[in-house]
Design a protein around this ligand. Structure first.
Ligand code: RIB
Ligand code: CA
Length: 312
């Protein structure tokens, strides 16, 4: 069983990732921390509480994190995730309360409690992770691994950007935070657009309609979350659920190790994640701290997703 903390900006695919995570017996979710990204911190946090209440989670602390990126104005994605951040889904006001601690304090407390034996899964911008590193890098670098949904590394034909032609949204939303994280001594696994937007790994319209056939309260939520996107984009890329799936079963992914640089200055390429693939480049072994997913077993990933996403 793997202890994890999920840092998230719900967000439609974040919502699917939470449904998947809480249906995965391999994971013990110790905490949820929220971050500004797809929507404001306030909306992301409220959505996290609503979703945990919907799933029936009672004893997992949910703490509020960064209101905005480091040094940058937030650029939300409400045109994609809807004004609420949950598409057309309407969930009741939560009775669940936020944890009194900040996201960073909760992360530090859990690292202490489990002596670093835990995995951080970041499926939103990296502002909270960077903040924790700035406050106490030694403590944070004790953790087993940081798994991120983020980056576009041009390692497959699908490895181009989505927020811009070259930048993936989570990195682009807070490029300085991403630089701080990639420059740290954390062991990182990156699930990027290279694999999440590969057509063989996406949720097809047919698969989506099969999910809805069960016609229960859970599949009706999934319908309200995803219907518009599935219609508009001929299916749906399961960015955040894929990061959870790879945390559940690392054998789903083939990876290669790189050092990752982030563009933090140029307006044109802000948030681009850059790796050195030149044959003659001789990076130091200790600098190769990011395992980037180069391919995913799409069949096994989608089977896990389909089976678990509808589980009551
Ligand atoms: O680029 C995809 C990522 O950006 C996902 O985490 C999605 O939720 C958005 O935050
Ligand atoms: Ca997200």
């Amino acid at each position: 069983m793997k202890r994890i903390i999920i840092d998230t900006d719900p967000g439609i695919d974040d919502a699917l990732a939470l449904l998947l995570a809480f249906s995965s017996p391999e994971l013990k979710i110790e905490a949820i921390t929220t971050v500004s990204g797809n929507v404001s911190q306030h909306k992301a946090h409220l959505n996290a509480l609503k979703l945990l209440e919907f799933i029936g989670v009672k004893n997992v602390p949910v703490a509020m994190g960064a209101e905005k990126p480091l040094l940058r104005e937030p650029m939300y994605a409400e045109e994609f995730h809807g004004i609420s951040g949950l598409g057309d889904a309407v969930l009741p006001e939560p009775a669940l309360n936020s944890d009194k601690r900040s996201a960073l304090q909760l992360i530090f407390d859990k690292i202490e409690e489990f002596n670093g034996k835990l995995t951080l899964v970041a499926i939103g911008p990296l502002t909270n992770i960077a903040g924790a590193l700035l406050l106490d890098a030694k403590k944070v670098e004790k953790i087993d691994e940081l798994v991120i949904m983020g980056g576009a590394f041009q390692l497959t034909p699908y490895g181009h950007g989505n927020a811009t032609p070259v930048a993936e949204f989570n990195i682009w939303h807070d490029p300085l935070a991403a630089k701080i994280v990639f420059d740290s001594r954390l062991r990182i696994k990156a699930v990027g657009l290279d694999v999440t937007t590969d057509p063989k790994n996406r949720l097809t319209k047919t698969a989506f309609s099969n999910i809805l056939k069960a016609n229960n309260v859970r599949t009706r939520l999934i319908a309200d979350l995803c219907q518009r996107l599935v219609e508009k984009y001929d299916g749906m890329s399961l960015h955040d659920p894929m990061a959870i799936a790879v945390t559940v079963d690392e054998s789903l992914a083939k990876t290669s190790k790189y050092k990752v640089e982030v563009e933090t200055k140029s307006e044109l390429t802000l948030g681009q994640t850059i790796i050195d693939k030149r044959r003659y480049s001789k990076p130091r072994e200790e600098d190769l701290n990011v395992e980037i997913c180069t391919s995913i077993d799409g069949e096994r990933f989608l089977k896990m997703f389909m089976e678990r996403i509808v589980m009551e």
